[in-house]
Design a protein around this ligand. Structure first.
Ligand SMILES: [Zn+2]
Length: 427
């Protein structure tokens, strides 16, 4: 463009000024994130992850986000450690490069599904038998995205005193849809039979005896214990809110409301200690107990203002916004009440085809397709997991999902019960 043309327009702002302005706006708009952590070990199988300083665009502070996660391991610690070390990278590698912030956040739920499944496949390849719950929370500005398998919950105490659950418990005892899914995929659900034929304890899946219906790891249990997470994405109002993420050592002792109320008005660090103390006081140390408290605080206010402790107005519970079509259980959902929190996304289906979209990206240069789970490029003839199309093999059931490599295709079939079981690992 010539200088003459430029001079005809109103004086343009230098790019640096525009970027600077955008950064400042972003900064004003972005809340502070403050956090605290507390734990008491019984078996030493709880792990957590705190990464407050991630960036969508490396080196650009305006693109920062933070990640918090809890992994409650069972039958050993290796799955929990593996998740801590690999899950975040696997999720991020499934998000397209060079997209806007909004596109990035929209791509996140699908990337979380891909990252969870990829991490599970990679862990299984190590031939170890432990498993873990995962509750993975990503905070970008006012937007909170939570992905979870198992029963480590994340609750939100939004301003206005509305406490809501952002996760779903994948416990066979409490989740009838998960029981039906596991049974339909070839698992047996029942209680432990003790001497004399009496049934005791919670519902478990056999073989293996796991009480959870979803986890990462558990190579020695059936593939119907899937790593496909429930994902929920919400946007807080600019009044902010508090997240409490904790393992079942907390939630077996305290309700969401009691946990939230027990620490209101206190800074996050102290709040986490108090929640653990409260759980210990009510139930004793029966299990590993880990708690993360994360405050999302308006930029111009240094601490989260205390929430009035009055009871929730009956009227507010009548003002629910629209609900997503799919619920994995019938948890009361108070989030949309009185405009406190905007629900952006919720999906909990255990079917990969419903979670990964239908993209079928062909690299025109290489003639390869990219696997929607593990992101490897593979020739269509190798992978073959395709919408109806020229590569579709007539012998198998139509697949409505995206391209999957041969390895991830096998995993998908096994999770849906079309392959008897994963290979047994000898003890
Ligand atoms: Zn793959």
């Amino acid at each position: 463009m010539s200088q003459v043309e430029v001079s005809r327009k109103p004086p343009a702002l230098p790019l640096a000024t525009l970027i600077g302005r955008e950064l400042r706006n972003e900064k004003v708009e972005k809340p502070f994130v403050k956090y605290g952590q507390a734990a008491l070990a019984k078996k030493g199988e709880d792990y957590f992850l705190i990464k407050p300083d991630c960036q969508r665009v490396p080196g650009n502070l305006a693109t920062s986000f933070s990640v918090f996660a809890i992994m409650d391991g069972h039958n050993g610690i290796s799955a929990a450690i593996f998740v801590k070390e690999n899950l975040l990278d696997n999720v991020l590698s499934a998000i397209p490069q060079d997209v806007s912030k909004d596109e990035w956040l929209q791509a996140l739920p699908r990337a979380l599904v891909a990252g969870f499944v990829k991490t599970d496949i990679e862990f299984q390849q190590r031939g170890e038998t432990s498993g873990t719950t995962v509750t993975f929370v990503l905070i970008d500005g006012w937007t909170v995205t939570v992905a979870s398998v198992g029963d480590s919950r994340c609750i939100l105490d939004a301003q206005g005193g509305v406490v809501s659950l952002l996760t779903v418990d994948h416990r066979l005892e409490e989740n009838v849809e998960e029981r039906e899914r596991v049974t339909a995929s070839g698992g047996e659900v029942g209680r432990l039979n003790v001497f004399g034929g009496n049934e005791v304890g919670p519902l478990r899946c056999w073989p293996g005896g796991l009480c959870l219906s979803r986890s990462i790891g558990d190579t020695d249990v059936g593939e119907y214990i899937v790593p496909i997470p429930h994902v929920k994405q919400v946007k807080l109002s600019n009044a902010g809110g508090r997240l409490i993420i904790a393992s079942d050592g907390i939630w077996d002792a305290l309700s969401s409301d009691v946990a939230a109320k027990s620490c209101r008005g206190l800074p996050a660090e102290l709040a986490a200690k108090l929640v653990v103390k409260e759980a210990l006081r009510s139930r004793g140390l029966k299990d590993d107990t880990t708690c993360l408290v994360v405050d999302i605080i308006p930029y111009d206010r240094p601490i989260l203002p205390p929430t009035p402790r009055k009871k929730q107005n009956v009227l507010s519970s009548l003002l629910f916004g629209k609900k997503p079509n799919y619920f994995t259980n019938k948890t009361t959902n108070k989030l949309s009440a009185v405009g406190v929190v905007e629900e952006l996304f919720e999906e909990g289906s255990a079917m990969l085809a419903e979670r990964l979209g239908k993209d079928f990206p062909l690299n025109a240069n290489s003639g390869l397709y990219r696997c929607a789970v593990c992101q490897v490029d593979q020739a269509p003839s190798d992978g073959l997991s395709v919408n109806s199309g020229p590569f579709f093999s007539p012998g198998s059931k139509p697949w409505e999902g995206p391209f999957l490599c041969a390895n991830c295709r096998r995993k998908k079939d096994a999770m849906e019960g079309r392959r008897p079981n994963r290979p047994k690992v000898s003890a």
